[in-house]
Design a binder for this molecule. Structure first.
Ligand code: GLN
Length: 379
């Protein structure tokens, strides 16, 4: 069997879902929402079931889907991506990231990754034969040290993965931080592969800055995204990459030979989501702000220490006072005894780190209140 599949585990995020299902715990580990997708989309999907399309779309995405996507991106970021040459509809953000890494790195190349990081990035790098250089985000506010980031570039990192708003910490990078990154990227002639899955899940007073919108950065940015969270359709497996034509050309090749294409009926139905008015996105933000306040307010009442999320629907909770050496064991006990599923923080950190668990709050009030009730027995 191949060496490249030897050096990472299966996803602990997704393993925790199976563990929760097995023991009847409330699953606050793998983050997926329980609010229904917009009605316009599901109604459209039911019509498409009868009318089609049921055959392949164009490999890099159906024309009408790419056009609707291009307009949606431009509306929010001010950036125009040509649907004919600069967009690719992928099978989720997961495939978007993998295609981006594959299209930019050769085996042996280095890639900078902020730590804590979303679990997939380590495997993305290893599967491409690339070597990750982890750049620490320092507590309490998960800020980075410019010198440490510069060191990654001076050691040869060809690209940086930037997850903003950031999973698992909930950090939103400030404009100044992004400008510092931009300066280094320019100096070292590198790419930034962004993961902006939570662009619409951001809490006042924080706002999202699209990295590609910074001066000179559109040419250097490979913007990856998922449609899962914004439209509550994690099971549809739809995402996209936006990048300059010469990069997109390579990404489309990777995408084609990996997948042939994303599901055609779902690409058609998502158009109804991509063309929703601004009020939809305001509602998404209001819903998740409410959920954050409910859940984090509950954690506070339980005297749990956590980093207040600025965006995303994740919260890192400090478990150091519980006296566990092993955060994975903590999560197993939490699922089995307290009936709440969490992801061990060690899944997200490069260095041995057993101080955190990640919980998510993308659930209804009822589910969150039940989880908080169960968590009363944690101490
Ligand atoms: N991004 C979500 C999480 O971190 C779901 C990930 C996934 O399983 N694709 O939990």
């Amino acid at each position: 069997l191949s060496e490249r599949t030897k050096y990472f585990t299966d996803s602990v995020i997704r393993r925790m879902t199976r563990i929760c299902n097995g023991c009847g715990a409330i699953n606050l580990s793998q983050g997926f929402p329980d609010n229904p997708p917009p009605f316009e989309m599901t109604q459209s999907l039911s019509e498409i079931a009868l009318s089609g399309p049921h055959q392949y779309s164009i490999t890099f995405g159906a024309q009408d889907t790419r056009e609707a996507l291009s307009a949606k991106i431009e509306h929010f970021s001010g950036l125009r991506y040509n649907p004919d040459t600069e967009l690719c509809i992928t099978c989720g953000g997961t495939e978007a990231m993998m295609s981006a890494v594959m299209a930019t790195l050769n085996p042996g190349d280095k890639i900078a990754i902020f730590s804590p990081f979303y679990e997939n990035y380590g495997a993305d790098a290893i599967l491409c034969g690339a070597e990750p250089i982890y750049v620490p985000l320092h507590t309490p506010d998960f800020s980075f040290d410019e010198k440490e980031l510069e060191k990654a570039f001076s050691q040869g990192a060809k690209a940086l993965i930037l997850c903003n708003p950031s999973n698992p910490s909930g950090k939103v990078f400030t404009r100044d931080e992004l400008l510092t990154i931009a300066k280094l990227v320019e100096k070292y002639n590198a790419f930034v592969i962004t993961d902006e899955v939570y662009e619409h899940i951001i809490f006042e007073p924080y706002t999202h800055t699209y990295f590609a919108s910074l001066d000179g950065m559109r040419e250097r940015t490979i913007m990856c995204n998922s449609l899962s969270k914004t439209y509550s359709i994690t099971g549809w497996r739809l995402g996209y990459v936006a990048a300059p034509p010469e990069v997109m050309d390579r990404i489309r090749k990777v995408h084609d030979f990996l997948t042939v294409g994303a599901a055609a009926p779902l690409q058609k139905a998502i158009i109804k989501g991509l063309t929703l008015p601004d009020s939809y996105y305001q509602d998404v933000r209001a819903l998740f702000t409410h959920r954050k306040n409910l859940f984090c307010g509950g954690l506070k009442k339980l005297n749990l220490d956590f980093y207040e999320p600025q965006g995303t629907y994740f919260v890192l909770v400090d478990i150091s006072s519980f006296g566990y050496d092993d955060d994975y064991q903590f999560c197993l006990d939490l699922a089995n005894k307290i009936k709440v599923g969490a992801v061990p923080g060690s899944s997200f950190f490069k260095e041995k780190e057993n101080r955190y668990i990640r919980l998510h709050f993308a659930k209804s009030d009822e589910v969150l209140n039940s989880a908080l009730k169960n968590l009363e027995d944690i101490h």
